[in-house]
Design a protein around this ligand. Structure first.
Ligand SMILES: Cc1cc2nc3c(=O)[nH]c(=O)nc-3n(C[C@H](O)[C@H](O)[C@H](O)COP(=O)(O)OP(=O)(O)OC[C@H]3O[C@@H](n4cnc5c(N)ncnc54)[C@H](O)[C@@H]3O)c2cc1C
Ligand code: FES
Ligand code: FES
Length: 1338
């Protein structure tokens, strides 16, 4: 049989509108269809692989058997449209709109300040909406589960959770005293010297929220109910250009099809097949969709257990098992419990809603969470082919190899039998991942044991691991050996030895972390032992003694809804109500973020004839280009041009960066370097052609990847920098103690939710081009494009409406990409759109600099540090970019809060064959300060004095001077420190932690308090300038334009607040449309925490000029309205438009003299964090963080607290989670959310309090405010040092005391391996240098 000659029509609904697709292409995913075909651009592209949640939509379907409508969230990027026949899709546009009515789910995230750049917001809205459609009053647990699959890079999640918990049953502001039951206590924490200022804790008012009214929702289309009943009997076929999709109506047809197309995959959730086709180039000409086959959804309760249809989603399986555990005796449900344990933490909710149990088994992936439990639980599968059925056990004979199972090609899994457990049987499951939720396991395991009746003698057992080999692995030999033994310590020892012998991981194992994974193998076994022994003891069947302090070893780390508090100063009592400066005003675009109406670069409708651009990048780290063969590529369908260096009409050397080319010429110096680009009619065509460009290389030597190799080879990008104060060498001679140490701080990927995006439009005359780009530095993009095209800058108009997150990553890199797109536009004469895929964005655009700090410290017996000599080596990658500036800022900020009388710091910028690293929030300070806090900690460890004492003793006090001779007043630094000590109840917490640590052997808590001083402004003086252009139109409306870009930080909102105050009109009169080099030329980048300071001053000046012009008119008619005055001014020929300009400080550093005044002023803060670690797995949980920050007089406490929390969370990611991994060949492995883990909701501290220091003034910035965009990143290091504190406690148990090397980030691997104990002693260690590891540390 061949597929039907005539393809069927695909019918589904989107937001209540019927869609009939006559030519449904199985390759089209819903995300593309929505964005490109239906022009519903509210649903965003963030990763394309189901890992970020930006594309979340709600799917509704009618089950004609149960007559029920089901609603569930799903990721549109993995949903083939063909799967949607008969279903209804709701996107963010269908939920509510500012044109009609916004929905409470949109209102609450916006008003609770849960939206900054807004790129993740529609996805958040849709996840929450789907939850509310199923349960209008969800539990806190359900809320946390729901949002676990949605990433946000800006907010730190706290405001999103705060906004959405108002929907929950146990919600805030429902207690009679009006206090939120989930808010932290604030009574004892009022500012010690805030008696005169009114303090406020309400950033929003839940009482003003619209109630949720479920009668207002879009109804499920009745037509689809009819369709569901009528169309069950027919097979459906959709034929695309390359793929045919067949959906059988019943089992018979399915088995028939599988016989005919044995190689065709059965696509259920597409969470495995989809990513394979997208990212690994797997191609299937025929796809079978078995989702309508009733038998695959059946759930039956048998005498021996539950049989679950293979197509049941994991979420459905979870609900079935949950119900069973509630209804059945505990003894029977132990396997269910173990499975639940794993499913709960598998993927995000959107994935669990579609991914099927059968799909997980059939995929045979080694990292499956469910498969080890199914094996350990003795489950079986029911299989069928046209020839008949069979039932086979899921065991070592089923999982045969990498993605290889015992399934015959024509065989279908019909269902899975999950047995009831017996009284004498126990089963537990374990997993450890890089992040607690929504992360594939690093290692997982399931272990079961059956005892001989009424004894502790093992009758049989199963020990099964995932992620330690090519597939799910059973330790069969070990289990055979253990049968018949008593379950006691001897047995444990033997089991560890046996299992390590049987499940051996070679040093070169894919995935790396080999010693950690080996340790986890036995750590899980140890946990299993403890937990089962405890059960046996409860049953009176074991006399083995478990020490009391071991009991928490088996408990999970706590997971709670964060209790939060945000405290800030009220505006002065007399401030006019219309004057919004100082008030927590919502982000001006928050509502349109939440409705999906906000337009980002890729949401701009495409132009007629527009082409898409795909990059061809180097696959070698250092090589000569022998040839570029584009013959095949140019002949491919839709391709207009393959653009190389030869096509650049102007300068192929990057503007401002002489050592880098736009397109590689002659040689490549890193993997990921752009060699050429393909312009084609669709992005799919461009990518296909890009893959067929053949580049021949000849490898060159030496290729350098690591800092150590660069230092050895003297490979540097710039000369060494140095700052020195006092007489360091002499001081060392007088020190009581001297020690040396080092710390490596890893790089960090920006992971803005919106990848680099641009649209370049040739205007058809005079070489003019419009460049719409997601860039922090429009002027640089303008100049770069002009340079590449060889035209003056006045021909290039660069526009930035809004950016979906940037964090420093869209300053220089966006300009290079825009230049490449402009060359393509020039060559083809067409508009060019370039939106990098997440993987390409991560590969090409560089990251935060990995840094090695080496130090020698001299200190006195009382803890005073009298000499420090610190050398930093930053890994700059293959070209200079901003690396030298980053390294210098590291030196300028490395003193942090400490006044070290004799201090020498030097910086080297290493040239390696990695992608060129670039600016990232904090610009080198986060790495430099982390190293400083490391040696401060080491002094504490060496001297035995408390770390807070060392910190306070060595801190700057009063009027003082930095190591580069800039004077400053450090009063607010000490105030932040003291307030934080007080508000965090530091000393009480320390006592409680010591007590906890005494009582717990395998769980340890740690605490750290870290002060911060951070220089604001550009240390390169000319950048401290800004301009604004303000027009008042005849109707009184005001258009403000300034040089800063809106990337989520709320800059436009603050500018509107300023304009509103200066012009004395409500904010509703003021509009900011975009940032454009056409309106405001020669802008500085929006960076250095200086955007508000500089642009705010410029806006203020422009408004003041205009008001001065209006003053005589106002004086003549004081009772007139704004509109009257504006009209009168116009009639009197008074100009209603002007510019404002800000000439900032002449900041400078004279690096020869080693002195300067690089900063306008300093921002101060302190954070105290408490964590708990699991010493056996390396897991950790952030228990509490208190931040006191000096925001001067905050312009907008909501925005400022948002920046503090967001930056802190990004810092927390940098120091504890985010790890970039490179192969020894220089290939970046971590190219998406599946491999690279930014913080998720589970990482928000479970108690999170932010206090803005009251009574602080800053004469250097507008209205006495302070720049806050970057500094709090560094406060994330308080979590790192709290973890280090906990690790130190764990080490003490084994008599390991004193300083120890603990590099950043504090991943589970680092935590576990630093907690040395009898288990880490047992594993085999591989001699470095004797093997090539999977990944290297750069
Ligand atoms: C973002 C993301 C995060 C994830 N996180 C985790 C995680 O933390 N832990 C984890 O374990 N997994 C995780 N997964 C993997 C996920 O669990 C599996 O991809 C999923 O279970 C596969 O089910 P599916 O229905 O989507 O399979 P599909 O992709 O539809 O199909 C997969 C394979 O199974 C075969 N198949 C499906 N059904 C049958 C059947 N009835 N009979 C025979 N063959 C069949 C198909 O032929 C195909 O080869 C994640 C996936 C994604 C995308
Ligand atoms: S874009 Fe779909 S989950 Fe990231
Ligand atoms: S607001 Fe969430 S990613 Fe920017």
């Amino acid at each position: 049989m061949t597929p039907a000659q005539n393809a069927d029509k695909l019918i589904f609904f989107v937001n209540g509108r019927k869609i009939i697709e006559k030519n449904a292409d199985p390759e089209t995913m819903l995300l593309t269809y929505l964005r490109k075909k239906l022009r519903l651009t509210g649903t965003k592209y963030g990763c394309g692989g189901g890992g970020c949640g930006a594309c979340t939509v709600m799917i509704s379907r009618y089950d004609h058997l149960t007559h029920k409508i089901q609603h569930f969230s799903a990721t549109a990027c993995l949903l083939p449209i063909c799967m949607l026949h008969g279903m209804a899709v709701t996107t963010v546009e269908g939920v509510g709109s500012t044109k009609t009515r916004i929905h409470p789910v949109q209102e609450r995230i916006a008003k609770a300040h849960g939206s900054q750049c807004g790129f993740c917001t529609p996805g958040m809205v849709m996840s929450m909406y789907a939850l509310l459609r199923n349960n209008p009053e969800p539990s806190i647990e359900e809320l946390l589960d729901t949002l676990s699959g949605n990433l946000c890079r800006c907010t730190g999640y706290r405001p999103i959770l705060d906004g959405y918990k108002t929907f929950c049953k146990v919600s805030c502001c429902q207690t009679k005293d009006g206090k939120c039951c989930l808010s932290a206590e604030d009574d004892a924490t009022l500012s010690s010297d805030a008696t005169e200022e009114a303090i406020c804790t309400d950033l929003f008012h839940p009482a003003e929220f619209m109630p949720l009214d479920s009668t207002q929702e879009i109804i499920f289309p009745p037509e689809l109910m009819l369709m569901a009943q009528q169309q069950q009997e027919t097979k459906r076929v959709f034929k695309g250009t390359a793929i045919t999709w067949i959906s059988p109506a019943n089992l018979e047809e399915l088995l028939e099809l599988k016989t005919e197309y044995p190689k065709a995959p059965l696509v259920v959730g597409n969470t495995n097949v989809g990513p394979d086709m997208k990212f690994k180039g797997v191609f299937h000409p025929v796809i079978i969709s078995p989702t309508r086959v009733v038998e695959l959804h059946a759930v039956t309760y048998t005498e021996n257990g539950i049989t679950i249809g293979a197509a049941c989603s994991l979420e459905h399986v979870k609900n079935i098992l949950q119900k069973a555990t509630e209804e059945l005796p505990e003894d029977q449900t132990k396997i269910f419990m173990a499975l639940l344990e794993q499913i709960r933490r598998l993927g995000g909710q959107q994935i669990r809603n579609v991914a099927s149990l059968g799909g997980s088994i059939a995929s045979g992936y080694p990292n499956s969470d469910v498969n080890p439990v199914l094996v350990a639980g003795g489950c079986t599968v029911n299989l069928a082919t046209k020839a008949g059925a069979r039932q086979i056990p899921l065991d070592g004979d089923f999982f045969l190899g990498f993605c290889k199972t015992a399934l015959k090609p024509e065989e279908v899994i019909i269902s899975i039998n999950i047995p009831y457990s017996s009284m004498w049987e126990f089963i537990l499951a374990f997993r450890q991942a890089q992040r607690q939720e929504n992360a594939f396991p690093i290692v997982n395991a399931a272990m079961s044991v059956v005892f001989k009746e009424k004894s502790n003698v093992i009758h049989s057992c199963r020990i099964v691991y995932g992620s330690v080999g090519v597939t799910t692995l059973s330790a069969t030999r070990t289990c055979q050996e253990l049968a018949g033994r008593s379950f006691d310590e001897e047995m444990l020892k033997a089991a560890c030895t046996l299992v390590l012998d049987e499940i051996s991981l070679p040093a070169t194992a894919p995935g790396g972390m080999v010693e950690f994974r080996r340790t986890l193998i036995i750590s899980f076994l140890f946990k299993f032992y403890l937990q089962i022994l405890h059960k046996l003891q409860e049953m009176g069947l074991s006399s083995s003694v478990i020490p009391e302090e071991y009991s928490s070893a088996v408990e999970d780390l706590p997971r709670n809804m964060p209790k939060t508090l945000q405290m800030f100063q009220e505006v002065a009592a007399g401030q006019l109500s219309q004057d919004l400066v100082g008030r927590p005003i919502m982000h001006q675009s928050a509502l349109i973020h939440a409705t999906g109406e906000a337009v980002y670069c890729d949401d701009i409708p495409s132009l007629d004839g527009e082409l898409a651009l795909a990059m061809v990048t180097s696959t070698r780290m250092y090589a000569k280009i022998i040839s570029i063969d584009k013959t095949e590529a140019v002949q491919m369908p839709g391709v207009h041009a393959v653009i190389t260096a030869d096509d650049v009409p102007g300068n192929n050397t990057r503007f401002l960066f002489d050592d880098e080319k736009l397109f590689a010429e002659n040689e490549v110096t890193c993997v990921g370097q752009i060699v050429c680009a393909v312009a084609a009619e669709t992005i799919a065509q461009a990518k296909a052609a890009a893959r067929s460009v053949k580049i021949t290389y000849e490898d060159l030597t030496p290729a350098i990847l690591t800092i150590e190799d660069a230092v050895q080879q003297k490979s540097f990008l710039s000369p060494m920098s140095k700052l020195e104060k006092g007489n360091v060498d002499e001081a060392f001679k007088t020190a009581d103690h001297i020690f040396q140490g080092q710390m490596h701080v890893g790089g960090q990927e920006h992971f803005y939710m919106e990848t680099h995006s641009m649209s370049v439009i040739p205007k058809g005359e005079n070489n003019e081009m419009d460049v719409f780009v997601s860039a922090q530095h429009p002027t640089l993009a303008q100049e770069s494009v002009a340079s590449a095209l060889g035209v003056p800058a006045n021909k290039i108009m660069c526009h930035v409406k809004r950016i979906g997150g940037a964090f420093g990553g869209k300053v220089t890199k966006a300009s290079a990409l825009a230049s490449i797109a402009a060359v393509a536009a020039y060559k083809t004469g067409r508009a060019i759109r370039c939106v990098l895929e997440r993987g390409d964005d991560m590969l090409i655009t560089g990251a935060r600099h990995p840094t090695l700090g080496k130090y020698r410290i001299g200190f006195m017996n009382d803890g005073r540090i009298i000499a420090a000599d610190v050398t930093f080596f930053v890994n700059g990658g293959c070209s200079l970019d901003e690396s030298d500036l980053v390294q210098k800022k590291m030196l300028l900020n490395m003193d942090n809060a400490y006044n070290i009388p004799n201090l020498r710091c030097s910086g080297f910028t290493c040239k390696t064959n990695l992608p060129s690293n670039t600016a990232f929030r904090g610009f080198g300070a986060p790495q430099g300060i982390a190293v400083t806090e490391c040696w401060i900690n080491d002094v504490a460890e060496s001297s035995g004095l408390p770390p807070e004492m060392i910190r306070e003793m060595n801190m700057y006090k009063g009027m003082t001077v930095t190591h580069y001779k800039q004077e400053f007043d450090s009063t607010q630094l000490l105030r932040c420190w003291n307030e934080c000590l007080l508000k965090s109840s530091y000393h009480n917490q320390k006592i409680a932690i010591a007590e906890f640590n005494k009582q717990n052997r395998w769980k340890k808590r740690g605490i750290a308090i870290i002060p911060l001083k951070y220089g604001v402004g550009f240390d390169v003086g000319f950048l401290n300038q800004a301009a604004a252009l303000v027009h008042i139109y005849k109707d009184g409306s005001v258009l403000v334009t300034h040089g800063g870009t809106e990337m989520g930080q709320g800059l436009h909102t603050k500018m509107m607040q300023i304009a509103s105050r200066e012009l004395r009109i409500p904010m509703s009169y003021i509009h900011i449309s975009d940032t454009s080099t056409k309106s405001v030329p020669n802008t500085a980048p929006s960076a250095a925490s200086f955007g508000t300071d500089s642009n705010g001053m410029a806006v203020r000046e422009a408004c003041q000029i205009l008001l001065q012009r209006l003053d005589p008119i106002i004086n003549d008619n004081p009772k007139g309205s704004w509109e009257d005055w504006v009209h009168e001014a116009y009639m009197n020929k008074i100009s209603l438009s002007t510019t404002g300009f800000f000439r900032g400080e002449d900041a400078f550093v004279d690096w020869n003299k080693q002195e300067g005044n690089p900063y306008s002023y300093f921002s101060f803060g302190t954070a105290c964090s408490v964590v708990e670690i699991d010493c056996l797995t390396g897991n950790h949980v952030n228990l509490r963080t208190d931040i006191v920050m000096d925001a001067g007089i905050s312009l907008n406490p909501a925005t400022d607290i948002g920046q503090i929390e967001g930056a802190f969370t990004q810092g927390l990611g940098h120091y504890t989670l985010e790890e970039m991994k490179f192969s020894p060949e220089g290939v970046l492995y971590t190219r998406g959310p599946a491999q690279y883990k930014i913080p998720a909701t589970c990482d928000v501290p479970q108690e999170f309090n932010v206090y803005l220091l009251s009574g602080s003034k800053n004469p250097k910035a507008i209205y006495s405010s302070k720049g806050l965009g970057e500094p709090a990143v560094i406060l994330g290091s308080s979590v790192f040092y709290a973890i280090k504190d906990a690790v130190a406690e764990a080490r003490k148990v084994n008599n390991l005391t004193g300083p120890f090397i603990f590099n950043s980030p504090a991943t589970p691997e680092r935590i576990r391996m630093a907690c040395e104990d009898q288990l880490t002693d047992q594993i085999i260690r591989d001699e470095p240098g004797t093997y090539i590891p999977w990944a290297i540390s750069v």
